[in-house]
Design a protein around this ligand. Structure first.
Ligand SMILES: [Zn+2]
Length: 206
């Protein structure tokens, strides 16, 4: 097995990527403090994860938008919105909202929890696959705000004064918060911990 930078006494700067000797306290080029691994990575990731689970529940229970029209005010949750679009036979919209707002955030929370367990050696998995899972959670982060965009577009489009109007509901705030917290969670996780764990468990080959 190849030696890691950690074993060779090298450390790379988190900000500019310069590789330095680990005897230096900060990067010679940009002055950022140098660490072998992100400090307290798993603990920070878990803390953000729990906070985002707390935000995920009201995001799905509370109304994401309020439609006021002549008949009165009607609240709509995310799943209620999916059902409405499905009944209107707008299947691609219903599927997009369900996948982007319910399925992907849920899977992302599960994936990050799994990676934290893996980094602590509680579960085992092929590190290549685990690194790919981490890459996916980073990739989908910015695309899971679709529901907030849908509400924003509807609010902008449907402002017919006294006849009908759409306003964002309380869940929109907790939904946005949940997305931001999961982005922080996946950013604070250091994927190199997966490989460190492998090195610790594997016997040295030579
Ligand atoms: Zn630097």
């Amino acid at each position: 097995m190849l030696t890691s930078a950690l074993e060779q006494g090298k450390v790379s700067c988190h900000t500019c990527g310069k590789v330095e000797s680990d005897t230096l306290p900060s990067c010679q080029r940009c002055g950022t403090a140098l660490h072998h691994r992100k400090p307290q990575s798993v603990q920070r990731c878990l803390a953000y994860l729990f906070a985002s689970i707390v935000a995920y529940i009201p995001a799905n229970i509370w109304p994401i938008m309020e439609v006021s029209q002549i008949g009165g005010i009607e609240d709509s949750t995310i799943l209620g919105g999916v059902a409405t679009f499905w009944e209107m036979k707008a299947y691609p919209v219903a599927i997009t909202i369900f996948v982007a707002s319910v399925l992907i955030p849920g899977l992302k929370l599960l994936a990050l929890a799994w990676l934290c367990l893996l980094a602590q050696g509680k579960v085992r998995m092929n590190p290549k696959q685990a690194t790919r899972i981490y890459w996916l959670t980073e990739l989908v982060g910015r695309w899971s705000m679709v529901d907030v965009f849908v509400v924003a577009v509807l609010v902008a489009l449907i402002q017919l004064g006294n006849l009908m109007s759409v306003t964002p509901g309380t869940a929109a705030i907790s939904f946005g918060l949940m997305v931001i917290l999961t982005m922080f969670a996946s950013h604070s996780f250091d994927p190199r911990l997966i490989w460190d764990r492998l090195r610790q468990t594997e016997q040295p080959s030579s």
